[in-house]
Design a protein around this ligand. Structure first.
Ligand code: NAD
Length: 698
């Protein structure tokens, strides 16, 4: 924390400038809070200082609390954030916050405790605690409504989304918004000087909240939260806390806010969200590769195959400003691919997400080509042609022949053996899997699949590229289905068994959707195409004849020709142009007939059993994946499921969820499922890692 006394020319006032200086994001951990409190006390005590300016060192004001402290006593160690803020607000000298870059969470709460705020127009202000299942616990829910009004405060606190200073201009929240960051400090000093001269120390806590139709606004916010995010108690509490700013004296409302904060930080939802927050950051690190591994430059890329995935992948690269050559087998397919990309951009423009200039700039980076020779100069090629080994290996050989030395050859295969594919080239070390999810330009998850020969720098380069593309990358090793699809296969097998035993597709879907999954297994299969799952099962049965599947999903395709949404009929019926799943009597009849033909007894299956069987199927396979090293760590599996498979964030991913339930309980339930006379007992044999961790938990 630097402190310096500034004297402006022609001025008698003397201003202490205090910098929040804890790189990289000026988080407010205990050491920083202590240093700030000491600097402020020193400035209060110094006779020559009339007023104080608080500013962030480096690129921002402050990103807020050090969330690593959340589960440790340090977070409440004196001076805690509320004490620091009280020291400023109640102190004898005016303090002006000078905000650039961002003031988030505790950083913004700190600024709200100052007597005035000056911000660069593009600075981002947010109270994002709700995204971790919490609420601002250092007065944010009380001071923001007083400074920004009820409507804005509700919106910012309940959504957690940032607003720019320019958007907040005109409210008492910001005394001044400046165009250029380089005049931020002088502007803040000038204001502090003025305030020092007049002894002004306006306190947010002394204001009253301005609100029109407060009751209506609160009711509308509650209704929206109940409808859209019923499983997020933090959002409800955010509204309760903001309401307290209208109903209670400031100090009492602060106590209420703090009580809610403690309640939420102990909630399973917040624990899950905090787990995922750290898990996402941890996923980027690769345990066995040195941190200083060099990264290869990626200035240009190519995508081969411009179908569903190729077009989406090309768009991701274009969005990141990387020039892309798009190669197809025929002119017609190439034109289709370019048209898909153009259409996607037009849609984004029509929705106001990008403007014409940006759309044109991105499309300008796209070069459609038909000849492999054109790919000789690119730094990486991502292949997204048909999922057939022979087709892919021919493409790989053609690429290998033209690509420059050191260029990376990536495949978007869903299941094929990347080691075998790599072996068809003369550059096995440069081959890697990049498994995007559909739609590729929207879905956050990217599985980065390292082959046996993949070089460390290739892996690191692709992880870096993933970040540039805005993806959350998780490293997997080569196996059938990698992490996500290998687990989903067990989940889908179990869903098939549930039908045999008496459940209907809509009951199964409803049960897991109520648990919080974005989509149940049957709606998901209809979306992906039931014929695709059919082909996978046929192949798996050939390769592993001991693997037992229900025949019901096969009959859906073989006898009823219900391929899914794309043909308007799958597990459900679909009306033209609608994704609404309508339960089908034809499917229900087929299932009943199947049970009769095979002497299967139908029973009432509870929603609780459905959820447990499907989720524990994921968990057990997740542990197998850890046992054989396909995933680096359990938290990577959680990240994959939360970002790519619609597993609810507030449950933290399947592995975290199983821990929360308690692995002993999970194992006991699995043993019950294995004793079910209609079950495949092999299914429920616990993975070695699951047994070991349960033992450790004991
Ligand atoms: P798609 O059928 O939509 O597109 C494949 C494209 O490849 C077609 O446009 C085709 O003309 C082109 N192509 C075929 N052979 C070619 C060749 N020799 N040279 C150049 N182009 C050629 O398929 P898709 O759904 O985009 O899948 C592509 C790959 O992505 C597959 O490996 C698939 O397993 C994988 N994948 C698909 C999804 C998904 O949800 N669709 C998700 C993840 C991964």
């Amino acid at each position: 924390m630097q402190e310096q006394a500034l004297k402006l020319e022609g001025s008698r006032a003397s201003i202490a400038v205090i910098r929040i200086d804890s790189p990289p994001v000026n988080s407010l951990g205990h050491a920083t809070r202590t240093a700030l409190a000491e600097s402020i006390q020193a400035a209060h005590a110094a006779k020559e200082v009339d007023a104080i300016v608080l500013i962030g060192a480096g690129k921002l004001f402050s990103a807020g609390a050090d969330i690593r402290e959340f589960d440790r006593p340090e977070v409440w160690k004196s001076p805690d954030l509320s004490e620091l803020i009280a020291l400023i607000e109640r102190g004898p000298k005016p303090v002006v916050a000078a905000i650039h870059g961002m003031a988030m969470g505790g950083g913004l709460e700190l600024a709200l405790g100052c007597h005035a705020r000056v911000a660069a127009h593009n600075a981002l202000l947010a109270l994002p605690e709700v995204k971790l299942g919490l609420l601002p616990g250092a007065g944010g829910t009380q001071r923001l409504p007083r400074l920004a009004g009820l409507t804005r405060a509700l919106d910012m606190i309940v959504s957690g989304e940032p607003q720019t200073a320019a958007e907040l201009q005109g409210t008492p929240l910001l005394d001044q918004v400046i165009e250029h960051e380089d005049v931020l400090l002088p502007a803040a000093v000038a204001l502090a000087e003025q305030m020092g001269e007049h002894g002004e120390r306006p306190m947010a806590s002394a204001r009253t909240v301005t609100a029109e139709n407060a009751d209506l606004q609160l009711a509308a916010a509650r209704e929206q939260v109940a409808r859209r995010t019923p499983r997020e108690p933090a959002k409800r509490r955010c509204i309760d806390a903001v309401e307290a700013s209208l109903l209670l004296p400031f100090e009492a409302a602060l106590e209420r806010e703090l009580a809610y904060f403690h309640e939420l930080s102990a909630s399973s939802e917040s624990r899950a969200l905090r787990h995922l927050f750290f898990a996402e950051r941890t996923a980027a690190s690769i345990s066995d590769i040195p941190k200083d591994t060099p990264v290869r430059p990626i200035h240009s890329a190519a995508v081969v195959g411009a179908g569903t995935m190729g077009a989406g992948i090309a768009q991701c690269l274009l969005d990141a400003g990387i020039p892309v050559k798009l190669l197809e087998a025929s002119r017609a397919a190439l034109d289709r691919g370019v048209a898909t990309i153009t259409r996607q951009y037009q849609r984004a423009r029509d929705k106001g997400r990008i403007d014409d200039a940006r759309m044109a700039a991105r499309l300008k980076l796209l070069t459609p080509v038909l000849d492999y020779a054109a790919l000789g100069d690119v730094d990486i090629v991502i292949e997204a042609v048909f999922e057939q080994f022979d087709v892919k290996s021919k493409v790989f050989q053609a690429l290998d022949a033209v690509m420059k030395p050191g260029a990376i050859l990536a495949t978007n295969t869903s299941m094929l053996d990347i080691n075998r594919l790599a072996a068809t080239t003369g550059r096995t070390g440069d081959v890697i899997g990049t498994h995007f999810f559909s739609p590729a330009h929207v879905m956050r998850l990217l599985e980065v699949v390292r082959g046996e020969q993949t070089r460390a720098d290739v892996l690191v380069t692709v992880m870096r590229l993933a970040k540039k593309l805005g993806k959350t990358a998780v490293v997997a090793r080569v196996c059938d289905g990698f992490i996500g699809n290998r687990m989903i296969e067990q989940y889908l097998r179990q869903a098939g068994f549930l039908l045999e035993e008496g459940a209907t597709p809509s009951q199964v879907d409803r049960a897991v959707e109520q648990f919080g999954l974005a989509m149940g297994p049957f709606r998901m299969s209809d979306m992906a195409g039931n014929d695709i799952g059919y082909d996978i099962r046929k192949r798996r049965s050939r390769e592993t004849p001991s693997l037992f599947y229900s025949r019901i999903p096969d009959l859906l395709v073989e006898t009823l020709d219900r391929k899914g949404q794309k043909v308007g009929r799958g597990w459900y019926d679909y009306q033209e142009g609608s994704y609404q799943a309508i339960p089908s009597a034809e499917v229900d009849d087929m299932i009943v007939q199947f049970r009769e033909a095979h002497n299967l007894l139908a029973r009432q299956i509870s929603d609780e059993e459905i959820v447990k069987r499907l989720v524990y199927a994921l968990v057990n396979e997740g542990y197998r994946i850890l046992d054989d090293g396909t995933a680096q760590r359990a938290s990577d599996i959680d990240v994959a499921y939360a970002t790519g498979y619609g597993f609810p964030d507030t449950r933290g991913g399947p592995m975290f969820y199983a821990d929360e339930v308690g692995l002993d309980k999970v194992l006991a339930d699995m043993a019950v499922f294995a004793r079910n006379p209609q079950a495949d007992p092999a299914f429920w044999v616990p993975a070695a890692g699951l047994l070991a961790r349960a033992e450790a938990q004991r």
